[in-house]
Design a protein around this ligand. Structure first.
Ligand SMILES: C[S@@+](CC[C@H](N)C(=O)[O-])C[C@H]1O[C@@H](n2cnc3c(N)ncnc32)[C@H](O)[C@@H]1O
Length: 249
C-alpha cells in the first residue's frame, strides 16, 4: 500500500516511525494563533476561530488549538525533533504557519535541528479586506533541510509563491489546503520517495503525494477527519491509477 494513516496523537505515532525513513515532512499543524487570554484559547473552538462570518458550512471542529505561545513553541519543537529523526539526510521539512506564529515556527524548526532555508508564501486571492489595515492574504511555508541540500538527488526548481483558493464548495476540513498547492510542494520529495504529514486533517498532503507518485504516511487525531482522509486517500489511488514516480527527466 503506498499510504499509511495512523489514527491518534502525532507525537505518539511519530515515535514508531523508524530513523531516516522519510524523505520530506510536509505539514499544516494547528496554528494556535491569536488566543490572547486563557478563555480565548480554551473557550473558543477551532471552528469558531477559523470560520467566523462563514455560517454556510457544517464542518466539524478539530482539536489542538488551545496552547499558549510558549507551550506551542515547545510542543512544535518536540514534533519537529521527532520528524527530524525520522527524515533522511538532506530531506526537507515544510511547515505551514500564519503571520503571528511565523517567528515561533522558525525558532522551533531550528531548535529541532533543521537548517532553516527560507519562507514561501501561500497567497489567497479571496481574503477579507480589513478597514485601516493591510489585508492578511497570505499564509506561510517555513522550510528547512536535514543538513545540506542535495540538488543532484532531487533536481527541482520550485516556486516561492503559490496563489490558489480553496473553494468553499466541496471543502471537507475547516483549514483545508488547496490540493494544487500541495501537489507543487510535494515535489520537494524525490520521485518515488515518502512524504510524512503528522497533522493530516482531511488528507490533502497525502492526496497530493499519491497524485505525484510519492508514498505517504499521515497521522490524524480526530476520528472524524481521519475517516475523511482515509476515504480521500483511497479514492486518489483508484482515480489516479497510482504509479510510483521515476527520476525526473
Ligand atoms: C490545520 S489542520 C490540517 C488540515 C489539512 N492540511 C487539510 O488540508 O485537510 C490540523 C489537523 O491536525 C489535527 N491534530 C491536532 N492535534 C493533533 C495531534 N496531537 N496529533 C495528530 N493530529 C492532530 C487536527 O485534528 C487537524 O485536523
Amino acid at each position: 500500500m503506498p499510504f499509511t494513516l495512523h489514527r491518534g496523537d502525532a507525537l505518539t505515532a511519530l515515535a514508531d516511525i523508524p530513523d531516516n525513513s522519510v524523505d520530506a515532512v510536509i505539514t499544516d499543524p494547528p496554528y494556535n494563533s491569536g488566543g490572547r487570554t486563557s478563555s480565548e484559547r480554551t473557550g473558543r473552538s477551532a471552528r469558531a476561530k477559523y470560520t467566523s462570518g462563514d455560517t454556510e458550512h457544517d464542518l466539524a471542529n478539530f482539536p489542538g488549538e488551545n496552547r499558549d505561545q510558549r507551550s506551542y513553541g515547545y510542543w512544535l519543537t518536540l514534533l519537529l525533533t521527532e520528524s527530524y529523526r525520522a527524515t533522511v539526510e538532506s530531506g526537507a521539512a515544510l511547515v505551514f504557519t500564519d503571520w503571528r506564529q511565523l517567528p515561533t515556527t522558525t525558532d522551533a524548526l531550528q531548535a529541532a535541528g533543521w537548517t532553516w532555508r527560507g519562507v514561501a508564501a501561500w497567497h489567497k486571492p479571496v481574503s477579507r479586506p480589513q478597514k485601516g489595515r493591510l489585508k492578511q492574504s497570505c499564509e506561510y511555508i517555513v522550510w528547512g533541510t536535514k543538513g545540506l541540500v542535495d540538488s543532484d538527488r532531487n533536481p527541482v526548481y520550485l516556486p516561492g509563491l503559490y496563489t490558489a483558493s480553496q473553494p468553499r464548495k466541496g471543502r471537507m476540513h475547516i483549514t483545508q489546503k488547496p490540493v494544487e498547492v500541495m501537489q507543487e510542494l510535494v515535489k520537494i520529495c524525490p520521485p518515488g520517495g515518502t512524504v510524512l504529514d503528522p497533522f493530516a486533517g482531511s488528507g490533502t498532503t497525502g492526496v497530493a503525494a499519491l497524485r505525484e507518485g510519492r508514498r505517504f504516511i499521515g497521522v490524524e487525531l480526530s476520528e472524524h477527519y481521519a475517516d475523511i482522509a482515509e476515504q480521500r486517500l483511497r479514492s486518489a489511488l483508484t482515480q489516479d491509477d497510482f504509479e510510483l514516480a521515476g527520476p525526473e527527466e
